[in-house]
Design a protein. Structure first.
Length: 60
């Protein structure tokens, strides 16, 4: 269950950072790019956790 909550948290964080990046890029392109990079990293981490979750479900 802990893995699922981490997945939800990272997914939410990635979406939030992406929205912030879109808004920030209108004013400050560099800040927008930085936020989008953070969103992409959070999304990648989320995908790793999803894969781990799927693997544990198969073993169960």
């Amino acid at each position: 269950m802990e893995l699922q909550s981490k997945i939800r948290e990272l997914s939410s964080q990635a979406a939030s950072l992406s929205r912030q990046a879109l808004e920030a890029s209108k004013v400050n392109r560099k800040r927008g790019l930085d936020l989008m990079r953070q969103a992409r990293d959070a999304s990648k981490n989320c995908q790793v956790l999803i894969q781990q979750f799927k693997e544990t479900e198969v073993k169960s």
